[in-house]
Design a protein around this ligand. Structure first.
Ligand code: C2E
Ligand code: MG
Ligand code: MG
Length: 657
């Protein structure tokens, strides 16, 4: 509704009306005076014809003027009536709109007194119009928002139209509602603002939905902790502060729960979630208010510790976290003991990207994991170089598997008494275009990323088939055995026995000829489980070896709980035995004890004749080593087998890899 325009029109028509009435009065006065003047005694009515005619003309002219004036008056009156009707209609329309509008419409005067409040106020805020009329317009506004509201009103008075404003207002029930409001000034006839029309919309629900969305976008749904995005944002701010103020120190701690998967797998995801929530609570309790804790994902937590006095503060915090987490958790009916690996990175003026800082903390955490878990590691730049190298290796390994670059090499297992080949150990080689890569350089990483599973399945299949073919070449001799190594990852597979059994069946090999080697460290990591897994494997009919014996911390008597058949003495002992009396003594005792437990003994890494002689003397039955043969590819082994019948090896006569 254009009120300025209407006001001007009404004023124009009213002006004309005044002029009209003034004119009417003037005409009437002239007319009255004219008629009245005829009665003056000095006035003699002329009797001649000229005068009579003149008077008639004068009266006629006057009558015409009056008629014209009447017509004009009627016209102006109709105009006025039309405008007044229009105004009434518009007022009705205004009422109809304001009374029915979902928005709350208010009119206030310059003093802030309420002049009008639409019925929506009662619907939205619970106040009747009379209640509102008795109060000032600012009274129900939230105290913290009052200054903003008054500023917006002042601006609306100044410019005619205020900016969009959000503020809180009290509902009659005491709760706060959020309103979105715009104000427009009502000008008087001089164009001066005499009041405001304010249109308010209740956006409480929308605000709530927005807050919920924000919560979802920036907070973790399970623990309510900031998620990765929000953490990075806060970290970025800390970096910015540290770049401005050299004395501002911060650190990031990347925390990963050790073996969390075990909880999830054994007790279910519900229990896992429960544990994570409890961990989040404990971690929060360890921190100061100025610190930020986040759950970037899974079983990982990140802490941004600000305002540190000294780097050692971060290390103390990490110790505190370890201690708090070491107290057992109650999840359902279970008591769970956990530990965490923590990577620490100190804020430095050289790293400007938050994601880089978090990545470095994660790298340090992985280092802590690899160093044996339940500990912390502080990031240094060498770690990053290592991480980059490792990442490259992981990528290359995956590519290598795709391109079928893994080869099987065989190292003969020799009977020390007869010198005959009695079997082989199958060992992996990675044939890259740049050259051959030895297992020491890739097996550990391949295992950590799960690649040894396909590599070793393939190796076992190929080795079993190969040894069956070779058996024909040495007919008449003892059945050739084939040994393969089992990694930690393989050993953790619940279907290891089933998968191995399947491969053995497919290759048609007699399972008794297959030796599976596990290191004592793998076997002892979880002795109870190992006993079960080893029994399952044993049930396939295979023979089990303890590899690299002597490098772990277990004793022979502890190994007795496992159904093993063969003990392989680590090559470090063999290497030292011909020079060092003590080592020779150890080997002697190991051989004796192994025999007393009914185990066969294999000496690894026999390189010199003296070692062979000494081992023979100790009654060690089997051996492996460069003295007999280096590991070699199938074709080389085949040549060896056909050239020598029976396959007797006394010295390594050709070089393998
Ligand atoms: P291992 O099972 O103890 O294998 C014996 C290692 O000793 C082999 O190293 C072999 O080349 C080496 N060796 C044999 N005789 C001598 C000797 O006279 N002197 C010296 N210095 N070394 C000798 P390789 O092939 O480099 O393998 C190293 C380790 O990598 C193996 O130790 C085994 O634990 C692992 N490995 C190799 N291939 C595979 C595989 O296919 N699967 C799994 N799971 N592990 C593998
Ligand atoms: Mg081995
Ligand atoms: Mg070994």
């Amino acid at each position: 509704m254009d009120s300025t325009f209407d006001g001007a029109r009404v004023r124009r028509v009213e002006g004309r009306e005044w002029w009209l009435w003034g004119y009417a009065i003037a005409v009437t006065l002239v007319l009255t005076f004219g008629i009245f003047s005829l009665t003056f005694p000095s006035f003699h009515l002329p009797t001649d014809e000229w005068y009579t005619l003149n008077l008639k003309e004068w009266v006629r002219g006057l009558a015409a003027l009056v008629l014209l004036f009447d017509i004009y008056t009627v016209y102006q009156h109709l105009q006025l009536q039309r405008i007044r009707r229009q105004l009434v209609e518009r007022e009705q329309l205004f009422h109809l709109i304001t009374e029915n509008a979902a928005d709350m419409i208010a009119v206030i005067d310059r003093q802030g007194n309420r002049i009008y409040n639409s019925p929506a106020y009662e619907k939205m805020l619970g106040y009747a119009a009379e209640e509102l009329a008795a109060t000032s317009s600012i009274e129900q506004v939230h105290p913290d928002d009052r200054v903003r509201v008054l500023e917006a009103a002042a601006k609306a008075y100044l410019t005619g139209c205020g900016e969009r404003l959000e503020y809180r207002i009290r509902h009659k029930d005491g709760s706060w509602r959020v309103l979105e409001s715009t104000a427009s000034a009502i000008p008087d006839e001089n164009g001066e603002a005499q009041g405001l029309v304010i249109v308010n919309r209740d956006i409480t629900d929308r605000k709530r939905a927005e807050a919920l969305l924000e919560q979802h976008a920036f907070y973790d749904g399970l623990t309510n902790l900031p998620n990765r995005a929000l953490f990075l944002d806060r970290l970025q701010r800390a970096i910015a502060v540290s770049l401005r103020h050299s004395d501002f120190r911060f650190a990031v701690l990347f925390i990963d729960i050790d073996e969390f998967k075990v909880v999830n797998d054994s007790l279910g995801h519900g229990a896992g979630d429960d544990l994570l929530t409890q961990v989040a609570r404990r971690l929060t309790a360890c921190l100061r208010n100025s610190d930020t804790i986040s759950r970037p994902g899974g079983d990982e937590f990140a802490v941004l510790a600000e305002e540190l006095h000294d780097p050692s503060d971060a290390i103390r915090l990490s110790d505190r976290i370890q201690q708090r987490l070491a107290v057992p958790f109650n999840v359902g009916d279970h008591e769970i003991v956990i530990s965490a690996s923590i990577g620490i990175v100190f804020g430095s003026r050289t790293i400007a990207e938050a994601s880089d800082v978090l990545r470095d903390a994660e790298i340090a955490m992985y280092r802590a994991k690899r160093a044996g878990k339940a500990r912390y590691e502080v990031f240094d730049s060498a770690m990053q170089a290592d991480a980059v190298k490792r990442l490259q290796l992981e990528t290359d390994l995956r590519k290598g598997l795709e391109l079928d670059e893994f080869r099987v090499y065989y190292q003969p297992l020799v009977s020390l008494q007869s010198g005959e080949i009695v079997g082989f150990e199958a060992l992996s080689r990675w044939q890259r275009p740049e050259g051959m890569v030895m297992p020491g350089e890739f097996i550990k990483v391949a295992d950590e990323i799960g690649l040894t599973l396909p590599i070793n399945r393939q190796l076992l299949r190929e080795a079993c088939e190969q040894v069956c073919r070779w058996q024909a070449l040495v007919s008449g001799n003892l059945p050739l055995s084939i040994s393969t190594n089992i990694t930690a990852k393989q050993f953790a597979q619940p279907d290891l026995a089933a998968q191995t059994g399947e491969i053995l069946r497919q290759s048609g090999i007699d399972p008794h000829r297959v030796h599976l080697e596990i290191t004592e460290n793998i076997a002892m990591a979880d002795a109870e489980r190992s006993a079960v897994v080893l029994s399952d494997l044993k049930a396939l009919g295979v023979r089990l070896s303890i590899d690299d014996f002597g490098t772990g911390y277990s004793s022979l008597s502890r190994l007795r709980q496992f159904p093993v058949d063969i003990l392989k003495i680590d090559r470090a002992f063999i290497a030292g035995m011909d020079q060092d009396e003590e080592t020779r003594e150890i080997v002697k005792i190991v051989v004796m004890l192994a025999h007393s437990l009914g185990l066969e003994v294999v000496a690894e890494g026999i390189e010199r004749q003296e070692q062979l002689t000494a081992l023979k003397h100790l009654g060690c039955e089997l051996g492996q080593g460069y003295l007999f043969s280096r590991p070699a590819d199938a074709a080389s082994i085949e040549r060896l087998l056909t050239a020598r019948a029976p396959s007797r090896l006394t010295r390594g006569t050709w070089a393998g890899a």
